[in-house]
Design a binder for this molecule. Sequence first.
Ligand SMILES: C[S@@+](CC[C@H](N)C(=O)[O-])C[C@H]1O[C@@H](n2cnc3c(N)ncnc32)[C@H](O)[C@@H]1O
Length: 349
Amino acid sequence: MPVRPNFLERLVLHRLNRGPAPLLDLFGAAGFESLALALDIGVLEALADADEPLSASALAARVNAHPDGLAMLCDFLVTEGYLSTADDGYGLTAMTESWLLARSETNMGPWFTFWDELVFPFWERELETAVREGEPSQTIYEWFDEEPARWETAQDGFRATASLLVDDVVEAMTVPPGATRLVDIGGGHGLYAFELCRRHPNLSAIVFDVPGAVETLRNDVPPDVVDSIDTRAGDYRTDDLGDEYDVALLFNVIHAHDPAENRALFERVADALAPGGRLVVLDQWEGSGRTPVSRAGLRFVALTYLTTLGATVYSTDEVRSWLRAAGFSGVEQRGVGPLPGVAILEATK
Ligand SMILES: C[S@@+](CC[C@H](N)C(=O)[O-])C[C@H]1O[C@@H](n2cnc3c(N)ncnc32)[C@H](O)[C@@H]1O
């Protein structure tokens, strides 16, 4: 909720509890809806393309909207910190320039679109079921399978968050000397495999994912690594993962499964690795939220994983015990990226 209450408002709403602070969540929800529409109809990109602030009617002509309706949307987005006003027109704030434009290296727009178009509609449908019964009536991945376009939107969203982390992650993780074969299990958009192959020219990678995700990926492999990347479609819980890999990645995968499934998955990965092979696990970790925003973020993802996947965030201690049970040793942990609570755990077979 980017709207920032001033001192008096914080005093009244938070310290003294003299006004209904849930209003801020209501404004946040409306703010997110409004932002999603602005992304969808191209308001932010149209303002980025213009070299000067645009009036509501000039902007409306570019995005095919009603000038009065668009002015109301933009006025709200100004109060939420996404737009600025200058010279009787609208412009972009530094926050929007950094995080919401296609030309920015840290563009999170596709991630917010993923939430707006897929995750929140799924929440609406499944939150109560998940809370009452401990799991949704189907997983969000099963729901994506019903409509292939959902996979594209989802992978665009996963790719946006991965692009914030990828440089840190590939620097933090260990690729054993002489490694030639890597498998990115649940690798989806393939961004991590691409970057690892770029930095380690002797490495080739298989991105293993469900058929819907792999089909999307096949058209997206960048030319500079196309000879190093292969794909394999299947279910990593039951299908052959291949063997003799030097490195296996499980990035943002274990939060989709219960402990018994994860233990079984670690054993399957151990079987697929060559002796001395390295397993790298990337996720958000229980207990890692130490500030108000990171605590809220962790509880937010835990509730999301419950609602969308019937699973949760795990503690590193629990995951270390699964690694040891599957025959891994020398477990190391490193924090990565600007997002709170994200770290890799890596271990050797
Ligand atoms: C949250 S995404 C993570 C993508 C990527 N590893 C990352 O960290 O950005 C989880 C990925 O696991 C894949 N996945 C989920 N269940 C799977 C299964 N049973 N077999 C293979 N892939 C699966 C999904 O299709 C998706 O691409």
